[in-house]
Design a binder for this molecule. Sequence first.
Ligand code: DAT
Ligand code: MG
Length: 139
Amino acid sequence: MSIERTLVLIKPDGVARNLSGSILARIESKGYSLAELKKVSATRELLEQHYEEHVGKPFYEPLLEFMLSGPVVVAIFEGHRVIEGFRSLAGITDPTTAAPGTIRGDFGRDWGLAVQQNLVHGSDSVDSAEREIKIWFGA
Ligand code: DAT
Ligand code: MG
């Protein structure tokens, strides 16, 4: 068994559209365990750390503005291969082409904006999960 922890964000679009419960239920139904959960209004400083890999990309500023547009739900989920497993549940980045059956494929809408408002974030590796959990929950 390879028990991992991953950082999941329900982005401002998911919170505003009252999809938090539906999204969390899908993750729990898959068998992953909720370890931590909170609703917060992110600060720019925190988002700059979280998204540091994207600095300088064309969608970086719109991404930060979007993430500052309303509260987010922040969760840690635990389980065997949960990092990869959650990203599979979430679907690919673009909601237009994310597969039906995934969170982004079923609930995501493509508004043709400069940034994809794609409902959720999930860590993409063991290292980024550890880094992101520290950013959102402290050491
Ligand atoms: P993911 O969230 O699937 O891990 P990512 O880490 O590459 O994707 O990008 C972070 C977020 O930035 C993503 O959820 C939405 C936005 N984004 C990424 N690529 C984009 C693009 N080409 N156009 C618009 N928004 C984009
Ligand atoms: Mg990413």
